[in-house]
Design a protein around this ligand. Structure first.
Ligand code: MN
Ligand code: MN
Length: 314
């Protein structure tokens, strides 16, 4: 089988050529693919600074720098998986609830092809409809959620659907296997001392940013792998988990965050886990003046691909 390969920088200048993720071939559906990159260009679920509707396009632009071989982990994902960029979900930018329905249907179709989706966000609202699709196929899934925020608000401004509520809704709807959920990087000011208690009461493991300071997260990830076991696991990575020094181009910044290196350790620490999908959310290009936030997002999505089931190490 001939696997799709990213267009190389010696075949076409990096600033030219197709504007797909990693300059991979584009196709309209997930048919025939083991994994796909898919954009979810939305920001109408955000509570503060906007602009994540431009996230997928900018992540794709910055992904032009990526080469196919992972020098650190010594894996070559494009020799093991058939991967393409299947474009964007046609969200209804005037209606958040309808957009959530559209996203769920779109991911139903991706999963019907037995394809692992890697979503380019978009605000964090998009993870709820993806988890709805996942639960229909796999039953309740484990979750590794990397974020400055728990995103378990009961409501935001009276609304049940927003970028700060997806994991509350996911628990209520039975989409998650709560004992196999880990939230990493939580921090910031709160409203009350018990703000992080609700997820713990559901059985989540909550790892605050302070618990991550000044150290490698490789040992933590060994514990997380133990916790999530062999069942299906979804990875949701909010770029605001990283410190604003690294990733300023996002909507709801919190200081004292994870380093880019720790982000890599988290994702690389998921090798061997039964990942069924992943997303990288909350990149907001209008606040990303040097493009570094989108560049980190593109790299982290590539690293996610490198730990998907079926990618063999050298
Ligand atoms: Mn979030
Ligand atoms: Mn967040």
């Amino acid at each position: 089988m001939d696997f799709n390969q990213p267009l190389g920088g010696n075949e076409m200048p990096r600033f030219a050529g197709p504007t797909t993720m990693m300059r991979l071939p584009a196709q309209d559906t997930a048919e025939g693919l083991d994994a796909c990159f898919v954009g979810v260009p939305m920001d109408i679920g955000t509570s503060h600074r906007s602009g994540t509707r431009f996230g997928p396009r900018q992540i794709r632009a910055e992904s032009a720098m990526l080469r196919p071989y992972n020098m650190a982990t010594r894996v070559s994902p494009f020799d093991h998986l058939q991967v393409a960029d299947i474009g964007d979900v046609a969200v209804n930018t005037f209606n958040l609830v309808k957009s959530v329905e559209i996203i769920e249907k779109h991911f139903d179709q991706i999963l019907a092809h037995d394809c692992i989706p890697l979503a380019l966000g978009g605000d964090h609202t998009l993870t709820l409809p993806i988890l709805r699709a996942m639960a229909k196929k796999y039953g309740p899934v484990g979750l590794v959620h990397v974020d400055a925020h728990a995103d378990i608000n009961e409501h935001m401004f009276g609304e049940a659907i927003a970028h700060g509520t997806p994991f509350r809704r996911a628990v209520e709807e039975g989409l998650l296997d709560s004992k196999r959920v880990a939230q990493i990087g939580l921090r910031g000011t709160g409203y009350a001392d018990d703000d992080f208690d609700w997820p713990r009461e559901q059985g989540f493991r909550v790892v605050t940013a302070e618990e991550c300071w000044h150290k490698s997260l490789t040992p933590l990830m060994a514990e997380v792998r133990e916790q999530v076991g062999a069942g299906p696991v979804y990875l949701s990575f909010d770029i605001d988990s990283l410190d604003p020094a690294f990733a300023p181009g996002t909507g709801t910044l919190e200081i004292g965050g994870l380093t880019t290196i720790q982000g890599l350790e988290i994702i690389r620490g998921l090798a061997g886990v039964n990942l069924v999908g992943a997303d990288l959310v909350e990149v907001s290009p209008p606040y990303d003046q040097a493009g570094g936030t989108a560049l980190i997002g593109a790299n982290l999505l590539y690293e996610m691909l490198c730990v998907m089931p079926g990618v063999k190490s050298a």
